[in-house]
Design a protein around this ligand. Structure first.
Ligand code: KG4
Ligand code: ZN
Length: 338
């Protein structure tokens, strides 16, 4: 099944062509037009600017994705699109474009949940990966440990009670004066600093598998203000290293707690923050010790992309989850993000 997929939930416009079947998972093209430089001027994503930029990019990016895949519209079997969650105006650009194409080209339309899409990126790199598995989905807008019972049934086991982990990375980066989004630069700096330099509170909630990242974020802010008052310059490498060490340990602690309770055999690490090299190392060590099969999403598929939407779209199609022209975008998916 050849799927043309669209992703426009936040600040990347993405279009991909992916071949999916019981025995094939192959990315033919995966194009991403990032708006990061534009939003960096404002220190974060400006929704109105994001929507306009998606509108400008989506048509030519679609042509590029088809050309680079070496296919035409006649070869496409179905169209998948991120319909939730995300910025409503941004989502609507992708949803309306996909609806228009599906109608004009007479193709089935598949709505995809963005967070499920992040987990589905792992299917593309691990051809043998199949549900059930556990997934730590860590992005800029979402953080959860989820039991993926079947490719389309996501049961949250733990979640953040406040900020997403990527949001915390970005806020600490801001304190250090790094441009938005600062996650990748924090990763680099953390490798150069002393992870024991600053004592920070855990993000693992005691007696629960849930997370809270607002406490550690505030602790870094207070530390930075305290140093400023004392006239001491911050050492960004030490702040990045201490923050990353504490976050990484908190995540591994909750993964270990969940392992004691559920004895999961396979773990997927997904989402933008899954690109973090320190987190990848720590989770790899943990998985090795416990004998858990770890599927680390390749770094190029961790951030927002449309190949992951195509992968999830395939499984939604197999489950018969199609939409008609009444499909609407939703900023949230109701009670649960799934
Ligand atoms: O999944 P994603 O691309 O978008 C959302 O769905 O939110 O995640 C973006 C988040 C940002 O907060 C970004 O700073 C963070 O992922 N990120 C990282 C790294 N690369 C991206 N955080 C920590 N270390 C990284 N290497
Ligand atoms: Zn995302």
């Amino acid at each position: 099944m050849l799927i043309l997929a669209f992703e426009s939930s936040c600040d990347e416009t993405a279009v991909a062509v992916v071949e999916m079947s019981e025995s094939t998972r192959r990315i033919l093209s995966s194009e991403v037009a990032t708006q990061v430089a534009t939003h960096a001027l404002y220190g974060g994503v400006v929704p109105e600017i994001a929507s306009r930029a998606h509108t400008e990019a989506i048509s030519s990016l679609t042509k590029l994705a088809l050309t680079n895949a070496g296919v035409t519209r006649d070869d496409i079997d179905a169209i998948a699109v991120t319909a939730s969650p995300g910025l409503i105006g941004a989502l609507l650009v992708g949803v309306n474009f996909a609806k228009g194409l599906a109608s004009a080209w007479k193709k089935p339309l598949i709505p995809v949940n963005h967070v499920k899409g992040h987990a589905a990126a792992a299917y593309l790199a691990f051809p043998e990966l199949d549900a059930p598995f556990f997934a730590l989905i860590a992005s800029g807008g979402h953080t959860s440990l989820t039991y993926v019972k079947s490719p389309t049934e996501f049961i949250p086991v733990a979640r953040t009670r406040d900020d997403a982990v990527g949001e915390a990375f970005d806020k600490v980066a801001r304190v250090l004066g790094l441009p938005y989004p600062g996650g990748a630069e924090m990763d680099r700096l953390a490798g150069l600093g002393d992870p024991e330099a600053i004592k920070l509170p855990s993000a693992a909630i005691d007696g629960s598998l849930d997370f809270s990242f607002s406490g550690i974020k505030t602790a870094v802010l207070n530390y930075a203000n305290g140093q400023k008052q004392k006239g001491i310059d911050l050492v960004p490498e030490d702040v990045a290293a201490s923050f990353t060490r504490t976050v990484t340990r908190s995540i591994v602690k909750q993964l270990a707690g969940a392992y004691e309770e559920y004895h999961y055999e396979t773990l997927v690490l997904a989402g933008g923050v899954a690109a973090n090299s320190h987190l990848r190392d720590a989770v790899s060590n943990f998985a090795r010790k416990k004998g858990i099969k770890l599927c680390l999403t390749p770094k190029n598929l961790c951030g927002d992309n449309a190949a992951m939407i195509a992968a999830q779209g395939y499984f939604e199609a197999v489950a018969g989850h199609f939409a008609d022209a009444s499909l609407n975008a939703k900023a949230t998916s109701g009670k649960s993000v799934f």
